[in-house]
Design a protein around this ligand. Sequence first.
Ligand code: SAM
Length: 211
Amino acid sequence: MLRDIEREVELTHGLTGRARISDRVLDALRCVPRHAFVDEGMRRHAYDDGPLPIGHGQTISQPFIVGLMTDLLDPEPGDRVLEVGTGSGYQAAVLSRVVSRVYSVEIIEALAVRASERLAALGYHNVETQVGDGYHGWVEHSPYDGILVTAAARAVPPALVEQLKPGARLVIPVGEPYLPQRLLLLQKEEGGLVSETEVLPVAFVPLTGGH
Ligand code: SAM
């Protein structure tokens, strides 16, 4: 799987501007047992570089995209990061190996409960999950050193920008449901201004909820 990710990173270098993923993120991808985040019937595909169904019409993301999005945050060991879209818990587990604390919000209760039990059983004790609409972020633990959204929003949710520390990054797919979307990297500058870089065309399930 790691070789496939590195090959994909090289192939997309012209678009992403990233020739490689950091060793810390690669190590995290190497250590997290992806097979433990999918159902029994999917396990033989767990180390393919592709998304897989996790029930409720949702997916565990492609490992290359998980690695790229994690790397785009430029994570530091002391960081506190918010993830929107816990899903299987896999992305949260990868993040948990490169930062000090992960907060993850999932809108489908059954997925949130399963992911939380799985993360605890696997020993990822620095991840906290909550059932809710991540469009609004998770204000109690804000501001964050980074925010990663794993479902496609029609536009960047203002609450997520508000909940970033100055200098922090937000990685988010933006676009219409089921059409090619744009993976965006936003950085909040010291004065509150936000810069935006378009990274790659992507295809994510939609960010749902009442907003
Ligand atoms: N990060 C996940 C993983 O590692 O398995 C994959 C996430 S899946 C591509 C997108 C997830 O976002 C789904 O589980 C979906 O239910 C969730 N989601 C969609 N809209 C949401 C919202 N408004 N708030 C929180 N989670 C949401």
